[in-house]
Every structure is written in structure tokens, then in C-alpha cells.
Write a protein that binds this ligand. Sequence first.
Ligand SMILES: C[S@@+](CC[C@H](N)C(=O)[O-])C[C@H]1O[C@@H](n2cnc3c(N)ncnc32)[C@H](O)[C@@H]1O
Length: 290
Amino acid sequence: MGQKQRKKQKRRTAKTADKHALYQLSVQDPAFEVHLANRYFRRRVGREPLSLREDFCGTALLCAEWVKSHPSRTALGVDIDPSVLAWGTEHVLSALDEGERARVTTVNGDVRDHHPERHDVVMALNYSYFCFKTRDTLRGYFATVREHLRPDGLFFLDLFGGWESQQILLEKRAVEDFTYVWDQAHFDPVTSDFRAHIHFRFADGTKLKEAFTYEWRLWTIPELRELLAEAGFGHVEVLWEEEDEVGQGTGTFKPREHADNDPGWNAYLLASVELPPRVAAKRAKRAEGG
Ligand SMILES: C[S@@+](CC[C@H](N)C(=O)[O-])C[C@H]1O[C@@H](n2cnc3c(N)ncnc32)[C@H](O)[C@@H]1O
């Protein structure tokens, strides 16, 4: 068989592709998120973060990356959909070695359910908590996160915004041998209700239409900061993406109290119950005139 034919045979189509694998390739970057947690935890708390709780974990890709990154690390993934957890067990957790596998637990349940364990880091990524559409439900979720954090723990969540986030639009991106399509289908300015789909298109013209659909409320940074404070988080930082000289995001996120208006942005919030030890020490030194 010629090289060309072999290549052709391997190309994904709507029939052969797996939507969870495509999703992971298109939108997830667990190595970056482990790096972010490491960097901020070490700087703010001054020790190695060991235990992670990944809320809305889906296929538990971040849990797997976390336990691979350090021999003492443990991860708990929580997701309400048993089918996505089963996919993760079969395709993601099965690729771990025995020791790593033993340090990951997944739970099928609602992230608002109470679990007794407390963690160094809780992460809620890819905007998943936007599914909570009222102040009460979102504050209730944040209060549960607070209960799941160790006293010096850090909670990371991401969000997006800017005027483009309210527009009806299609964004396409080539990924390996397929196209990822982000389809913003609906925004209601009265309620901030937002609907988006992910579609995948293939070189042979076939499509996986509405592979994923999200019904969210678009929350703003001030609203989230207020709700986190009401849920008992005494310190919340906004990590904003640095830009290069032509205004392109660099992938480096730094704390900011103000930012230039931008048509479409992604950011992280970093919340802790108390002032992180290193931030408290710096402030005390400054107050002493040191
Ligand atoms: C956007 S996906 C995020 C997957 C993954 N964490 C990521 O970063 O890409 C949202 C996930 O949240 C789960 N989910 C939605 N509501 C939930 C809830 N109340 N409790 C737990 N999981 C929930 C869905 O089943 C889905 O797997």
C-alpha cells in the first residue's frame, strides 16, 4: 500500500471519529492547567500542591495529567454524566500505569453534592459552572467548593467575555485532520442566557453536527467576584492573558486589577478562603515598612 493511500485510510470521518477524542484535541490543554496550578500554588502558598478535585471533570483528562505530574499527587474527578466518565475510564485512565491509576478516583454525581475530603486545588474549567444560571445556585456551588478546599487551598475557574461573546458567530479552527467549529447560536441580553454548539467537520465532507451543546448564563467578572465573596472566599485574583506587541495572547496569565477592553478574552479567577500565606507575608512586610 502506498504512503498516500495509507494516509487517506487513516483520515477521520464522521463515522470513524469519536467526539470525546475530538473534544480533547480541540479544547483541552491539561498540561497547561497543571502548570498554572503549580505556579500559583507554589508562589501563593509556598508548598507543593498534592491533591486536586476536578469539578465537571468529563473524561478526567486533567485528573490523569495531575497524577502523572508528581508521584504523591491524587485526583478526584466529579461529573454528573456516567457515560462521559465511563469513556474516560476506558480511554484516559486505562493509559495510566498502576500507581498513577490508584491515585485517581472518579465520582458520578453533582458537583454540589458534599464529599468529606478536602483538597489543595479545586478546578472548574471550560466554563462548566456557567450552567448555574441564578445567583443562588452559583453561590451554593461556590460554597460547596469552599467546603472541599483545605484551609490554604486554591480554587481555579475560567471564564470568557468581551462583546464577541454575545454575538451570533461561527469560529472555525483546523485541528489535525478535522475542523473544530464553535457555534454561538443564541444570546439573550435580558437574561444573559447563551447557547453554543461544538460541531466537527471532516475532510471527506462529513460532519458531526452539535456534538456538544451548552446552555449557559454568561457571567461577568464582577458578578463572580461578588458571589465568591458571598460564598466565603476572602481573596479573589483575576489572571489576565498577557499580549505580545501585535495584541496576540501569549498564553501567560498574570494578576490584573484592570484590563484594556478586548472583543473576546479568556481569563482565570483564583480564589482562596483566606489571603494566601505568601501574599499575607508580603503585605505584613510592607506594612512594617520592609
Ligand atoms: C464543558 S464540559 C467540561 C469537561 C472538562 N472539564 C473540560 O475542561 O473540558 C462540562 C461537563 O460538566 C458536566 N456537568 C454538568 N453539570 C454538572 C453538575 N451539576 N455536576 C457535575 N457535572 C456536571 C457535564 O456532564 C460535562 O461533562
